[in-house]
Write a protein that binds this ligand. Sequence first.
Ligand code: COI
Length: 353
Amino acid sequence: MKINITPVKQSKINSVDMKHLTFGDVFSDHMLIMDYKNGQWQDPQIVPYGEISISPAICSLHYGQVIFEGIKAFYSKQGKINIFRPQKYHERMNRSCRRLCIPEISYDVFLNCLLELIKLEKAWVPRQRGYSLYIRPFIFATDNHIGVRVSHTYRFMIILSPVESYYKEGLNPVRLITSGEYVRATKGGLGAAKTPANYAASLLPADEAQKKGFTQVLWLDAVTHKNIEEVGTMNICFVINNELVTPPLDGSILEGTTRDSVLKLAREWGIKVNERPITIDELFTASKAGKLNEVFGTGTAAVISPVGEIKHQESSIIVNEGKIGALSQKFYDEVTAIQYGEKPDKFDWIVTI
Ligand code: COI
C-alpha cells in the first residue's frame, strides 16, 4: 500500500486558538481518502482538508449506507502521541461494515492510514491535559443510483479535530431524562453499529430533552420500555451497593471502547462487575433504598461523564447529591492517566507515535 501525500502550502494552525477549543468545530490541515472500486480498496491519499465533490444521486445521502468511528490521540507526558486502543475501534468499525454491507478494511491498512495522517498532523494534537485530537474515520457508499441496493463503490476518509470535552458540563454531572415516546434502536436493528441512522433517530428526542433542561436522553428498550440501554452519546454504568452494573451488549447497544476499558479496570481493581439487564424501576427502587451510589456514562467523546439526575415519567432521582462520585472520578483519573502516558499502559492499549 502506497500513500500519496499532497501537503498544504501553508498550515492554518496559527489561526486556531489551541488553548480554547470546543468539540468538533476545528479540523486539521489534511485528510485521508481511500476509494473502493472494482472489488477492492485502492491506494489511499492524503490531501489538504477541504470540500469534496459528490453527485446529488450518491446513494449514501438517500439510503444511509454509512458507518463511522471516533478515536482519540493524546499528547503524552513523554512528548509522544498516544493513540488509544485503535485495534478495538477497528474491530467495531468492521462489525459496523458487516451490518451495513460495506467492504471491510484490514487492520494493517487502517492503522497505516491513521499513523501516516497523524504523523503529518502532529502539531494538531493539543498539548494541554483534558484536550485531545479526535479522529473521525468514516466510510460512505458512493454509487450514483436511486434505488435501494448495496453500493458497488465506497469512500473511506479520516478527518482530525483538536477537541476539549464533549459536554459543556465537563466533569460536572449531566442530567438525563427517559423518553416515553421514542426509541433509539431495537434488537436486530442497527443499534450495535456506529451508523448515522442511530444518531438521526436521537435528534428529536434529544432536542426535546434539552428544551426541558436535560443534557441527553437515557434510552429504554424498544419493546418493554423498561430495560435501560444507553445514552446514544455514551454507554451507561451504575454503582449499586458497590457493584458495577451495566446493561449487556445484546444487539441494540453500541459496544463502547471506554465501556470496555472501565470494565477491565474495575475487574483489575477487584470491583464486582455485573453486565446484566437493569430496569428503570429497579434503579429508582435502589435509589429510594439508598443503594444507588453512582451513575456515570462512558464514551470516547464523553470519556467518563458523571450523571447527577435521572428523570423518568413524573419522578426524578438525584444521584450522589448531584456530585461526581469517588469511583467515577477514579475511572476518569485512571483512564486519562493511561491516555496521557502518566501511568503504565498495563493492558497494551496505547499505540505511540
Ligand atoms: C464518540 O464518542 O466518539 C462518538 O462518536 C459520539 C459522538 C457523541 C461524538
